[in-house]
Design a protein around this ligand. Structure first.
Ligand SMILES: C[S@@+](CC[C@H](N)C(=O)[O-])C[C@H]1O[C@@H](n2cnc3c(N)ncnc32)[C@H](O)[C@@H]1O
Length: 243
């Protein structure tokens, strides 16, 4: 079960071609049958092996969480991590693994999958320093109090949920990073941009514009499109407009 589980060189040798043919957007669960695809000695490979041992996470979620987390950590350190609409909560875990400057994390979802506990146990066994640092709360995002020292993150909070998260983060004056999805254009603020660009892009551009008008400095990035077509990452921090 632990990350130290060894793979034979012969088995690893087989993996080069399977890694290159790995579909990162797959919804299939990673299981121990996939261990041979992650033989490297990188942190990503170690996390992937732990996910395989847990046997409950769709492959796509591993790659999404990793790509979001590493970009967030290049910009933002410290504070409490708050992973909203967290699903299995892997994003919160990876953020702590990448950088111990955040002492704790809160992972919130109105319906936390039972297998989130299985995944957390697997991660805690591989990295005992994570134990007791990530708290899961099953509730609506509306009920969560945010503070200015928080790093608020959310991968694929559907539709208007992303706007609720941005509003709550701005109200608290917190750093925020979202990867929007499921754009519902009906009655949406498209910033008047829909004549020049497709609706979902206009909606995300309007989100950027709104954050800037609220005094936030915004960074826009993409995660690789082969993982998800909903790949626009919006990162923002307060109080630095114009920089
Ligand atoms: C597309 S999933 C994303 C899950 C996870 N972040 C990921 O990237 O795999 C959206 C999640 O939002 C949760 N959700 C939807 N509305 C919510 C609300 N009002 N409060 C809390 N969670 C909510 C759902 O239960 C679901 O787990």
């Amino acid at each position: 079960m632990s990350d130290q589980k060894q793979l034979t060189p012969a088995l690893c040798g087989q993996t080069i071609s399977s890694v290159s043919s790995l579909e990162r957007s797959s919804h299939n669960r990673l299981t121990e049958k996939d261990l041979h695809k992650f033989c490297g000695d990188t942190l990503f490979d170690a996390i992937a092996r732990t996910v395989c041992h847990a046997g409950c996470l769709p492959r796509k979620e591993l790659y999404e969480a990793w790509e979001v987390a590493r970009r967030v950590r290049r910009r933002f350190r410290g504070g409490r991590i708050v992973d909203l609409a967290c699903g299995h909560g892997l994003l919160a875990h990876i953020l702590l693994l990448l950088d111990d400057s955040s002492p704790v994390a809160l992972a919130v979802d109105r319906r936390i999958p039972k297998s989130a506990a299985t995944l957390a146990t697997s991660l805690n066994i591989a990295w005992p320093r994570l134990t007791d640092r990530i708290r899961f709360i099953e509730t609506d995002i509306c009920n969560v109090a945010l503070y200015h020292h928080d790093i608020v993150v959310s991968a694929h909070a559907c539709g208007a949920l992303t706007d609720l998260i941005l509003d709550k983060a701005v109200e608290a004056g917190a750093v925020v990073a979202v990867l929007p999805c499921c754009h519902n254009l009906k009655n949406a603020d498209l910033g008047g941009l829909e004549g020049w660009m497709d609706g979902p892009l206009a909606m995300d551009a309007a989100r950027v514009s709104r954050l800037r008008s609220q005094g936030y400095r915004v960074f826009t990035q993409l995660i690789p499109e082969d993982i998800t077509p909903k790949n626009r990452l919006l990162l923002a921090e307060p109080g630095l407009v114009g920089k």
